[in-house]
Design a protein around this ligand. Sequence first.
Ligand code: AMP
Ligand code: MG
Length: 284
Amino acid sequence: MGKKRKERADQRLSDLLRVPSTGAHLHHTATRATPEFDGDKHDAAKALPDLGARLSDLQEQLFAERGRSLLLVLQGLDTSGKGGTVRHVVGAMDPGGLHVAHFGVPTAEERRHDFLWRIRRELPPPGYVGVFDRSHYEDVVTVRVTGAVQKRTWSRRFAAINRFEAHLVEQGTRVVKVFLHISPEESRERLLVRLDDPTKQWKFNPGDLVTRESWEEYLTAYEDALTRCSTDLAPWFVVPADRKWYRNWAVTTLLVEQLEAMGLAWPAPTYDVDEQRTRLLAMP
Ligand code: AMP
Ligand code: MG
């Protein structure tokens, strides 16, 4: 019983940020809030090293076990911090056990296959943490807003995605989907920084302003996608992302909670430890 209570306590942020069964309501979800974090930027900076170390230990345990994997899916509008999350959160983990993939506008070859084809090729092998900077959710959000794909086609994809993700979970992958939720005001600030700073101009794309013009449509499309595809097996989490320090703390905490919930254990040695020790000590 005590164990069960502990497990609940360990899932606090996950429970709080998880898309509820009533659906995602992004228009009414705060972007500057800092749920579950009692403190400011400096407190977060102090908390992060220990949290990152915990994340790194759990990742090592996942790797040692070599049976299961975790897939972190990052979505959000331009400047929502997907790249920053990869650098700051995922950067705490051992690159040797990581597989990071970014999905841009599909290539001609990718377009010849079904929308999940390029996704399947980047799935994390057993033992690995996979990170998707954009994903198959572009194929129910972006293509819908731009009109690149007809409704008849994208609307069928929700069920296909749920089947695909359920299969992943059955195969031993924990699927953690995070929507980085920023306000249009914060996004404007970040786009201005990109334009003003020569070291960041490469990140700006004139297309970002076109996307910005359809902000409302994107939010609506995301609401549908998060509502239709947040399942018990593969839930969606909405992280308020206007404050980068909160975003980093929250995504790290979510990953720690999700890995802890997997009940990882160090594998038992396949050799006789005492015998090997005796042999080593007898060696010159
Ligand atoms: P970035 O992540 O800033 O490199 O931008 C990648 C761009 O590729 C974004 O504008 C995405 O919306 C776009 N993109 C990614 N996947 C798809 C897709 N399946 N269909 C259409 N556009 C996509
Ligand atoms: Mg971009």
